[in-house]
Design a protein around this ligand. Structure first.
Ligand SMILES: [Zn+2]
Length: 258
């Protein structure tokens, strides 16, 4: 006798009534073409189906919250494919900034032990940790996006420890990447060391890995600012992420200097 097994297809996470209006209200996603929006939704479906979310310290997960994280996480990979995030599985969400005890390496190579209160962390071979006050969609673009920041670290980790040199596409040239990022990092960390007021988050001067992750935030949030300051880096990120946020986002004046 043959038993016919019918499997119920998994529910479409984007069938939530909050979507797509939730996404349409996110300034980060403004200006996406119909084709880009379609690819974003495809990535989000895959992301929400394959990642495991944990809410800790009393943080309540909701579909609406997961959609916000997924939309921000998937924007950088709309043209990279689902495999770009295949190396990791878990996302841990905290209700507030949390304490990390992972040793921290500064740009001089010194290792600092201790406790730090942080808004996000991407662990090598492990999960991404996010504090909800920073991870929820921002009402305005300001160059700060902890979800994109941690996802950039994860892309950087695809070829080993995060060092600001992720695996490049075959069409790109390692020498161009290195030249642009080394010059940019030297310039920016020099300006910070001299106490100069800057329009990019000074945390970018910590080390080349943070420089890449912070500048990825600016690439997606304030692309015109990044292009003005470091056009060669902008061009490398445009090739790396295979998209050009400066073409689709309005020109926004940064709120102020650090
Ligand atoms: Zn970082």
């Amino acid at each position: 006798m043959l038993n016919l097994l019918r499997r119920t297809p998994p529910a479409d996470p984007l069938a939530n009534p909050a979507w797509p209006e939730l996404g349409r209200q996110m300034p980060l996603l403004a200006g996406l073409s119909d084709c880009e929006w379609w690819r974003l939704e495809a990535r989000m479906r895959h992301f929400l189906a394959h990642k495991v979310f944990h809410g800790v310290q009393g943080f309540a997960l909701s579909q609406r919250r997961l959609l916000q994280v997924a939309a921000q996480a998937c924007l950088p990979i709309i043209n990279l494919g689902d495999k770009a995030y295949a190396d990791w599985k878990e996302i841990i969400l905290y209700p507030t900034a949390f304490v990390s005890r992972i040793p921290w390496h500064d740009q001089a190579g010194l290792v600092h032990e201790g406790e730090w209160v942080i808004a996000g962390q991407a662990r090598q071979d492990g999960p991404i940790l996010l504090a909800w006050p920073d991870a929820q969609r921002g009402p305005a673009l300001d160059g700060r996006n902890v979800v994109i920041h941690e996802c950039a670290h994860k892309l950087d980790m695809m070829n080993g420890t995060a060092n600001g040199f992720p695996p490049l596409h075959a069409s790109m040239h390692a020498a161009d990447w290195t030249r642009a990022f080394e010059a940019g990092f030297a310039d920016f960390s020099g300006r910070i060391a001299q106490g100069e007021a800057v329009s990019i988050d000074p945390y970018a001067a910590e080390n080349p890995a943070e420089f890449f992750a912070v500048l990825s935030e600016y690439f997606f949030e304030l692309p015109h600012l990044l292009h003005d300051q470091y056009p060669a880096i902008y061009e490398q990120l445009r090739q790396f992420y295979r998209q050009d946020p400066g073409e689709r986002l309005p020109l926004i004046e940064p709120a102020g200097l650090y």
